[in-house]
Ligand binder design. Structure first.
Ligand code: ADP
Ligand code: MG
Length: 371
């Protein structure tokens, strides 16, 4: 059992200059991580992910708020007594020791018997598929193997909670996606609570059972991957999750025998229907921003349909299974994704139809989604 609870946790680093404005690296974050959950914390570089993880591990003092593990307050408990293991981006293996000794090290310190240590090292090596590497030194291993040893060193202690701080960032793309699968498998096999930090939204989406999105020290949204994708709370989350990123268009909603979204350039006028939600009616003739994912358009190739706008195509990329088409709208580029079934000729114009029921609306000032 290991349930982790964060209650109004903040981190204030001492300001370097006197009178400097106090900046909270982590600002009033609260959430629960359930027993055996795989929770991912994602956000851009510098948003406070490592600071938050280090506070959970006890490597950094908690300035405000409480950290509870299984209901017990941990703020003043020594890191070694928290029953937590952490895996970093830099594996920090002991270079002069064999893989076997690197993995066994923590148990030796805890004065486990030779026999117990051997059993657990073999079990761990089996789980991580590094049995053939046990007598080698770290420098003779590939990046992926080294990271497995680092993970082995963490799991052999069988802690209640695992913390991972961007453990795959130093690996190449192919190895990273392979290790993502292995981490899921590992999570299933050892059944522990895991908290995983990354700046990579693809990694977050593929690994997380739930994902906490951070920006500038604050929690933007905590949700399942699909919920984050389909129901973002604000423009930050909408733009951060998904690749290529969501298209944002500024404009106003007008009524003229039906409701229209009119882009600020007037080059795009989308008929929304004869009825719209009440919340949106409050925004009529006021600045608003809409968000549309690349897959939520149709490129009009049937003359019977009237497009919402006709725009110039500036480029297209064929990915084999799908095609990305880049349209020019005033001074911005709209990215449209569709199955590859036709060649699109650069510089041609094409009609675009927006999937009306997929459009997200944001308050232009706050960036909050309008529900
Ligand atoms: P992330 O891991 O998301 O990239 P960090 O948690 O490392 O972000 O950093 C969050 C913010 O706190 C950054 O603005 C960073 O410069 C600042 N910061 C991190 N460590 C310290 C420190 N020891 N002293 C002062 N500021 C720090
Ligand atoms: Mg970091």
């Amino acid at each position: 059992m290991a349930e982790v609870r964060l209650e109004h946790i903040s981190k204030i680093y001492q300001a370097e200059k006197k009178d400097a404005i106090i900046k909270k690296a982590v600002n009033d974050i609260s959430f629960d991580i359930k027993d055996k959950e795989f929770m991912v914390i994602v956000g851009p570089s510098g948003c406070g992910k490592s600071t938050l993880l280090r506070m959970i591990a006890g490597l950094e003092e908690i300035s405000e708020g409480s950290l509870l593990i299984d209901g017990e307050r941990m703020n003043d408990i020594d890191p070694k007594d928290r029953d937590i293991a952490m895996v970093f981006q830099n594996y920090a293996l002991y270079p002069h020791m064999t893989v076997y000794d690197n993995i066994a090290f923590g148990l030796k310190l805890k004065r486990f018997s030779k026999k117990d240590i051997h059993e657990r090292v073999m079990q761990t090596a089996e789980l991580l598929e590094i049995k053939d590497e046990l007598q080698r030194k770290p420098k003779a291993l590939s990046g992926g193997q080294r990271q497995r040893v680092a993970i082995g060193r963490a799991i052999i202690r069988r802690p209640k909670v695992f913390l991972f701080d961007e453990p795959l960032s130093n690996l190449d793309a192919k190895l990273r996606s392979q290790m993502r699968i292995e981490l899921q498998k590992l999570h299933r096999e050892i059944d522990a609570t895991m908290i995983y930090v990354t700046h990579d939204q693809v990694e977050a989406m593929t690994l997380g059972i739930r994902i906490a999105v951070l920006n500038k020290g604050q929690l933007m949204q905590l949700d399942t991957p699909m919920h984050l994708y389909n129901y973002p709370n604000n423009k930050f989350v909408a733009g951060f999750i998904g690749s290529p990123t969501m298209n944002f268009l500024k404009g106003i909603i007008q009524y003229n025998d039906g409701y229209y979204f009119v882009h600020e350039s007037s080059d795009c006028k989308i008929f929304l229907g004869t009825e719209i939600r009440d919340a949106l009616k409050n925004y009529i003739n006021k600045p608003i921003e809409i968000g549309v994912r690349p897959e939520d358009f149709f490129i009009n190739d049937n003359d019977a349909n009237k497009p919402d706008c006709t725009l110039k195509i500036i480029a297209s990329e064929n990915m084999g299974n799908e095609q990305l088409v880049y349209f020019s709208l005033a001074d911005q580029i709209l990215i449209v994704r569709r199955p590859s079934y036709k060649d699109v000729y650069i510089t041609a114009k094409a009609g675009l139809i927006f999937s009306k029921n997929k459009i997200l609306y944001f308050d232009a000032a706050s960036g909050d989604v309008i529900r």
